[in-house]
Design a protein around this ligand. Structure first.
Ligand SMILES: C[S@@+](CC[C@H](N)C(=O)[O-])C[C@H]1O[C@@H](n2cnc3c(N)ncnc32)[C@H](O)[C@@H]1O
Length: 314
């Protein structure tokens, strides 16, 4: 009962924030492309498993038009962050403090351990049983979302087990994998996190971890953005002449805080919008940028490149 009450409180808070943004949009104070077009309680995203090596991903729960606002959410936790910072005491302490704060809130801890089994494993928590995980994800995945959006999951028990079983030797640097750089410090000066080639200490700034935003996977930006392909599509196209094939490449983009695009997005909140038209069920991806990624990319652009090179060989 207590849990339900706190969720309702969250929703009410979100609604009142949403109303402000909504009014501002109606008055033309924010660009129409950020206007929340979907009715309240229309789910924006679902959590699913891409495959065992890529892990979780976010999927569109409905169609989105190019430029459409998809969701925005408050950070679950923020901490200091430095590129390659695992030896930096202040940064590590700050990250531990952020995590400890979350552990004082049982409800948030449950959600965190289900949404981020990597983090749970690192901190010695076995992933919860599927039945509990499913309930938590369905009910609470969108608890940080504003504008009344919510999210749930389509994860099956089999998928959940296959992913969580693979996590025994899970990652050591949670923030490195999941945090967003909040590039705007309180004075509005940009503090990009860059890898220092000369070994000098990298700049430190705040990093934010989000419940949904941090679960978005990477997709490379295609060199020629109009290039589109599918294996079957290629074969048919050759026979029938070129037809329009589904687009590839990152389909969303994000901003943190009020970056001049959305006045209702508070500092450190992340806001996500469609970079092109998106169909329900499509995985939402963005380009992580040039930073060292530390994984073998399995995005559709890399798959297309591989297909192209194999076709070239055959
Ligand atoms: C921000 S997390 C995204 C959520 C993650 N898939 C999960 O299940 O927790 C980033 C991690 O996801 C995986 N990942 C993201 N994009 C990927 C891609 N294009 N190819 C392979 N792995 C990817 C990598 O393990 C990466 O370190």
């Amino acid at each position: 009962m207590g849990k339900k009450k706190s969720k309702d409180n969250n929703t009410n808070k979100a609604d009142s924030q949403g109303a402000t943004g909504f009014d501002a949009a109606k008055q033309g104070k924010i660009p129409a492309k950020w206007y929340p077009q979907a009715p309240k309680n229309d789910p924006a995203v679902r959590l699913g498993l891409v495959n065992a090596s890529v892990g979780y991903g976010l999927f569109a729960a409905r169609d989105f038009a190019k430029g459409e606002f998809i969701f925005h959410e408050a950070p679950l936790m923020t901490a200091l962050f430095k590129e390659n910072s695992s030896a930096d005491e202040a940064t590590v302490n700050s990250q531990h403090r952020a995590y400890a704060d979350i552990l004082t809130d049982t409800h948030k801890t449950q959600v965190l351990n289900v949404a981020f089994p990597l983090l749970a494993a690192r901190n010695g928590f076995p992933p919860p049983a599927f039945a509990q995980a499913r309930q938590t994800l369905d009910a609470d995945l969108g608890m940080n979302l504003v504008h009344g959006r919510y999210a749930g999951t389509d994860l099956t028990e089999e998928q959940y087990q296959s992913y969580t079983n693979a996590l025994a030797d899970a990652c050591m640097n949670f923030f490195k994998f999941y945090a967003f750089e909040d590039k705007t410090n309180p004075d509005g000066v940009l503090l990009p996190i860059i890898k220092m080639a000369n070994g000098a200490p990298a700049p430190t700034t705040h990093a934010c971890v989000y419940l949904l935003g941090s679960l978005v996977n990477h997709c490379c930006t295609p060199r020629t953005p109009k290039r589109t392909t599918t294996v079957e599509g290629d074969a048919h196209d050759i026979l029938r002449g070129a037809t329009r094939r589904p687009p590839i490449g990152p389909n969303i983009e994000w901003r943190i805080g009020d970056s001049g695009l959305a006045k209702f997005v508070k500092p450190r909140h992340i806001a996500v919008q469609a970079r092109r038209d998106i169909k329900a069920g499509e995985q939402l991806t963005w380009d992580y940028g040039k930073r060292e990624k530390g994984f073998l990319c399995e995005c559709d652009v890399c798959h297309a490149k591989l297909t192209d090179s194999l076709c070239g060989v055959l």
